[in-house]
Write a protein that binds this ligand. Sequence first.
Ligand code: AMP
Length: 556
Amino acid sequence: MTQVLGGFAALNLHPNILAAVIATGYEEPSAIQLQSIPVILEGHDMIGQAQTGTGKTAAFALPILSRIDPTKRQPQALILAPTRELALQVATAFETYAKQMPGLNVIAVYGGAPMGPQLKAIRNGAQVVVATPGRLVDHLRRDEKVLSTIQHLVLDEADEMLKLGFMDDLEVIFKAMPETRQTVLFSATLPHSIRAIAEKHLRDPKHVRIETKTQTVTAIEQAHLLVHADQKHAAVLRLLEVEEFDALIAFVRTKQATLDLAAVLEARGYKAAALNGDIAQNQRERVIESLKDGRLDIVVATDVAARGLDVPRITHVMNVDMPYDPESYVHRIGRTGRAGRTGRALLLVTPRERRMLQVIERVTGQKVTEVRLPDGQQVLDARIKKLTSSLAPLVADAEASHGELLDRLTAQIGCTPRALAAALLRKATNGQALTLAEVEREQPLVPTSSPRERSERSERSDRGDSRERRAPVPLAEGRARCRTALGARDGIAAKNLLGAILNEGGLIREAIGRIQVRESFSLVELPEDGLEGLLSKLKDTRVGGKPLKLRRYRED
Ligand code: AMP
């Protein structure tokens, strides 16, 4: 959609930076980006009031990268961040946006890692230095010239830096840089201490903040769930089990995320599709028509692609990725609660985004209540409820039509009606987990502690190997489980495996069962019948450029 690309394309970014942004899958600039990028590109000092989740990192990274000369091998931009985690995150963002800028290097400088290699990288001419103030001051003590070529300084999360007691360090750092530099300050709040810094160290700064008009949201029940970024798909799957929705729209931030989540949902048997700015208008209309008439129940969309979407069947909006600002939150959730009906809006919040949640609550004047991830028992109860309501209407006249057949079959098989009914249930539920133990084995990602407690733990410990070792889901009859050594760390999503196996194996979609992508491997359910032939057909298949090498997987 060229008109949409116009959003970033109209901002005068360096063509290589623009190309990297497009490759990242961003469809349009967020409000803070739209306002900050021109100001920073023009070389002004700036005070930006924005918190995590608004897209603030790109708001300063894109214009600063556009102004850096990669042929000059000397530090040109310094980004100060309060914590090592944020410094690493910002450095990674810079690397992503600078991917198509040959010769541009980024170095993250923080405590806890040896100083020697950091100083060497700075001296070797990394053009972007992302640092925590304390460690940077240690470097300045060793070499006071280390910042003498800096032309752009960003103080990211300035209020947090002051809270952590970095005021004195900041003063030392300011002094070590040329006065002619550009200074940009981002802060979620602007207390007196921040204003004082701005007054002393910024020259005629422009102020940028996202207007947060009070918005009214009626007839929509709002809830949020705290979850780590790498558990979002698992959380969505659990929520979908217990939420009674008719049609649902899930919002994510990038095109790739629409495709990934839609593939996960499809693999779970939901009628789901992706909607993003790359999808041609006629296909987009088809998706919306299908959502209207029930051929689809879930659409995974970016904000841009969902613009103007009006489908009265939508009972739920799920904000899988945080919106950039309260206005777009209100916009998104307005997709439900149409025509006087009540709707439900769910918001997944990662620990770092809690402040954004508070802003949303303030702006909408409504509490977004916290919900817990449904536990195994709730999932099981929901499944049994669905099964009950699908079977109940069939019972009334079944005896009249099939009673005789039942008698005949039980006599021929020599079993009780209960045994036969159980066998039929097994067939009808097609391997679905319907005992607590099975459900818990199938979905072991659920935290036992409260989400708030969990969020205190480090991101890394959440990725523990338990995920790799979790027990496999029971197999449906006639299916064999196969394994490939390709997994999420190879950039593989379920849809990639599905596509490759369908195309090269010559199978129909229904022949392939559940696809589970784990960090370092994936499991795919394939028809037992003819498996050896199929595996040999797939023996040279590559996915994402790597050999698939699918093998039968023995569980013991
Ligand atoms: P930040 O507020 O800088 O912490 O950014 C939050 C998240 O939004 C990051 O994961 C970014 O990759 C993502 N992001 C930033 N700008 C955009 C954009 N224009 N479109 C889509 N995603 C974005």
